[in-house]
Ligand binder design. Structure first.
Ligand SMILES: C[S@@+](CC[C@H](N)C(=O)[O-])C[C@H]1O[C@@H](n2cnc3c(N)ncnc32)[C@H](O)[C@@H]1O
Length: 319
């Protein structure tokens, strides 16, 4: 593209994108602007299609919002019925596709989540601990449920054969795919599904992980989910779970102390997120979580509780 036709902008990249981007520019002899133009062009092609579709459908009659939500839900149920003959009766199955608490269905929310969690969590450190704890090896195939913005799957994919990233949010999965593409990682398989609907059809998994996601299900459905995950693992396969879990002693003051701490470190919005979590999501007690894990057929090798509100479990599929 001739220089006279270009516009100009300054872009600050995340370090985890900048390093491989620089490497790629050297490998492909293509300057950074060339690559960014190409990738941005591809990403925006979808917007151009949407705008064109908007113009074509301008004459169509409007429908009410409730009717639109109902049609979308019906479509979703149909897709799952069609793709997956193993899904249990939709009329009895908990609908895990509906976001409870925070709604992760837009790119803005996804990017804000990624940036905010990097500020108060040592995400790389957390991931390294999981990778070491499950004994990840080069020939392993693993799955991460509620994979979110893909930070764990991206780190793990560099150390094993294949990683399945499973999430109910298409926006989260698109963001993960975009990051993986930019890093040149071709061994991440993004799957739109969840604890209750994902069907594993590859060889049994060497390890399964899930961080800050199981609390989206009520306890009855957590049991069902954990049993399904256990069945996807090979004999002696490893399972890692991290989530908001309350220890019984002084749980009300522990929750309040947690909200106060995050409010002072991260501001009001974060405190509101945590308050909404407590009000609307399904975090449970440690004695319930340990019971659910054992009943699902896991041996708990390590249970670790922090500040009465956070838990990590390293488990093995019991023989
Ligand atoms: C709080 S985020 C955690 C993301 C990431 N694991 C982390 O540690 O930052 C929760 C994620 O779980 C996903 N999720 C919610 N319900 C789910 C379900 N039933 N099955 C799988 N993923 C689910 C959400 O879309 C979201 O991406």
């Amino acid at each position: 593209m001739p220089v006279t036709e270009t516009g100009r902008a300054t872009i600050y990249f995340d370090p985890e994108l900048h390093r491989p981007l620089r490497r790629k520019t050297v490998e492909t002899s293509r300057f950074v602007p060339g690559r960014v133009n190409k990738d941005a062009g591809e990403a925006l092609a979808g917007d151009a299609e949407n705008i064109a579709a908007f113009g074509k459908r301008r004459a169509e009659s409007l429908i009410r919002y409730n009717e639109m939500v109902k049609r979308l839900k019906d479509d979703l149920t149909r897709v799952y019925e069609k793709n997956d003959s193993n899904v249990t009766t939709p009329s009895l199955q908990y609908d895990e596709m509906i976001h409870i608490g925070k709604d992760f269905s837009s790119r803005e929310v996804v990017e804000a989540y990624d940036a905010r969690h990097r500020r108060f969590r040592d995400i790389e450190g957390e991931n390294e601990a999981i990778i070491a704890g499950v004994g990840l090896q080069k020939n392993h195939i693993i799955a991460d449920f509620g994979s979110g913005t893909g930070t764990f799957v991206i780190q793990a994919a560099q150390k094993c054969e294949k990683v399945y990233a499973v999430d109910i949010s298409p926006a989260m999965l698109e963001y993960t795919e975009w990051k993986a593409r930019n890093l040149g990682l071709a061994n991440i398989v993004c799957c739109h599904g969840g604890f209750l609907t994902y069907v594993h059809s590859d060889r049994p998994l060497d390890a399964v992980s899930t961080s800050m996601a199981l609390h989206h299900l009520p306890d009855f459905w957590k049991q069902k989910a954990l049993t399904r995950l256990q069945e996807m693992l090979k004999p002696n396969g490893k399972f890692f779970l991290a989530d908001v879990v309350f220890t019984e002693e002084n749980y009300e003051s522990s929750i309040q102390a947690w909200i106060n701490k995050l409010a002072s470190e991260m501001g009001k919005e974060m405190a509101e997120d945590i308050s909404r979590h407590i009000r609307c999501e399904h975090s449970t007690f440690s004695w319930i979580m340990e019971g659910l894990l054992q009943r699902a057929g896991f041996r708990i090798d390590l249970a670790e509780y922090t500040d009465g509100v956070l838990a990590r479990y390293f488990c093995t599929k019991a023989a």
